[in-house]
Design a protein around this ligand. Structure first.
Ligand SMILES: Nc1ncnc2c1ncn2[C@@H]1O[C@H](COP(=O)(O)OP(=O)(O)OP(=O)(O)O)[C@@H](O)[C@H]1O
Ligand SMILES: [Mg+2]
Length: 464
């Protein structure tokens, strides 16, 4: 695997370029932030503690790539990543403690990542163990009472193998068959574990989230795991048992420790819609939702500034977690956030509105470009789909136009336009349009299917 973690800032940007069009400034700044974490890890330890991440505030209209950049960044960094909507904390029923749930989510992600890599590391050993379990179910080993070797020689026919040896030979043959998958269809009965204590719905009451989780964890360790007998094919058994056998080989305490430190040092938390918890200075007079918004900001503060949060996997320090916040800031301004919070997001990047040319490139270039997605979808039906270049220009133009006329939803508009364009084709395959057909999307086709709709504002408000 590519050593993703050690990419230079320029390499990080060019990785991001594979998915995101434009937004140079934002890419550059997140690349620096990411590389700085690597730099920090290589600093002498007394200074290391002092270096805190420069959290980033991304400002830009909807659908211009804010979330996409953060998500791809986490991918590149192979870092635990979690995304929350700040406005969620202002909803009814919110309690201050909830804000910490984003840190717990991050740790959960981290545990998953670490567990996955450990699982990969023990894979071979686990597979062998699985084969043994299946083999025992198919051909149980004969338990020979230990006899002296001389006794075997005396009683046994030279030609005839002892039962034990025969059994061992047969088992060896079947072990090969299990390995090669040639008897994957055959059914066997295996016993598999069916969960632990389950959900302790009945406890709770006045208890807070963390003690609740700890209690659940404790109970599920104390209550013996039930095993259940099931008849499954050998192929299925392999999958089911692999989970169990790898779990036996993985030391969960080690996973937890590693996961906590991975989240502490490389974790990225993306706080979306942060503008929704800013209190616009224009609106004046407090009360109601504004109070709760400011409350959420105050609750966020210790987490962003660095504090210890207890999770069911252990206590995590949030000092070095990278926070990326994003918002459109149409109504409220970044300066409407409480000063302490503003100070914690020193890097401001503005994302530009996307142009027609950006739209054209977004349709065509990214690794996951919409055109490529639809080509792949139709490919599954053995139908080839191709877009003429002018057709893409026309689509970009139309999408841009609708954004101006109806509502600006950024690149998301391309999704609605594209799905409307291809709707009939998607419906007609494979009944009317059969496999091996070649479909070329021309400019004329785009015009025919979309132009009227675009001209009629009322229609496009509903359909596009
Ligand atoms: N610059 C871009 N390059 C490529 N694709 C983009 C770009 N901007 C947006 N997209 C596409 O548009 C969709 C929405 O983008 P994204 O989720 O990043 O929006 P956002 O800026 O987070 O908006 P919001 O403020 O509504 O959360 C995604 O599917 C993404 O692939
Ligand atoms: Mg978003």
């Amino acid at each position: 695997m590519l050593e993703k973690k050690y990419l230079t800032p320029r390499q990080i940007v060019s990785e991001l370029d594979k998915y995101i069009i434009g937004q140079k400034d934002a890419k550059k700044n997140v690349a620096i932030a990411l590389r700085n974490r690597w730099r920090r890890m290589h600093v002498q330890s007394d200074m290391q503690k002092e270096i805190v991440p420069n959290n980033i505030l991304m400002i830009g209209a909807t659908g211009v790539g804010k979330t996409e950049i953060a998500r791809r960044l986490a991918n590149i960094a192979d870092a635990p990543f979690t995304k929350v909507e700040a406005s969620k904390f202002t909803e009814v029923g919110y309690v201050g403690r909830d804000v910490e749930s984003m840190v717990r989510d991050l740790v959960e992600q981290s545990v998953n990542l670490v567990r996955l890599s450990k699982k990969e590391a023990v894979r071979e050993r686990a597979e062998e163990a699985v084969e043994s379990v299946i083999l025992d179910a198919l051909i149980p080993p004969v338990r020979t009472a230990p006899k002296s070797p001389s006794a075997v020689v005396e009683n046994g026919d030279a030609e005839k193998m002892s039962d034990a040896e025969l059994n061992e030979k047969t088992r060896e043959r079947f072990r090969q068959k299990i390995k090669s998958g040639e008897i994957d269809e055959r059914k066997i009965e295996i016993s598999i574990q069916s969960g632990g204590g389950g959900n302790m719905g009945m406890v709770g009451g006045g208890m807070d989230e963390v003690s609740m989780m700890n209690l659940q964890d404790m109970l599920s360790n104390v209550i013996p795991k039930k095993t259940k007998k099931r008849k499954v094919t050998i192929g299925e058994a392999k999958k089911l048992l692999l989970e169990e056998e790898s779990a036996k080989l993985i030391d969960m305490d080690e996973v937890k420790d590693e996961a906590i430190s991975k989240a502490e040092n490389t974790g990225i938390i993306f706080i979306d819609e942060i503008d929704k918890i800013a209190v616009s200075s224009k609106k004046g007079g407090g009360g109601g939702p504004d109070v709760s918004r400011e409350g959420v900001q105050r609750d966020l503060l210790p987490i962003v500034e660095g504090s210890a949060v207890s999770t069911k996997h252990g206590v995590i320090n949030t000092d070095h977690i990278l926070f990326v916040a994003a918002g459109a800031f149409h109504v409220a301004k970044p300066s409407d956030l409480i000063p302490e919070l503003q100070g914690r997001f020193p890097i401001r990047v503005e994302l530009e509105n996307l142009t027609k040319d950006d739209f054209y490139l977004i349709l065509k270039e990214p690794k996951n470009a919409l055109t490529k997605q639809y080509e792949a979808l139709l490919g599954a039906e053995s139908v080839s789909l191709e877009f003429a270049d002018e057709a893409l220009h026309e689509l970009a133009e139309l999408a841009f136009h609708i954004n101006e006329e109806v509502e600006n939803i950024g690149a998301r508009r391309l999704h609605t336009v594209m799905s409307h364009l291809l709707n009939d084709i998607l419906f007609d395959i494979p009944d009317e349009i059969s496999a091996n057909a070649k479909i070329m999307i021309t400019r004329e086709l785009v015009a025919e299917r979309l132009s009227n709709l675009v001209k009629n504002k009322d229609l496009s408000e509903f359909i596009l």
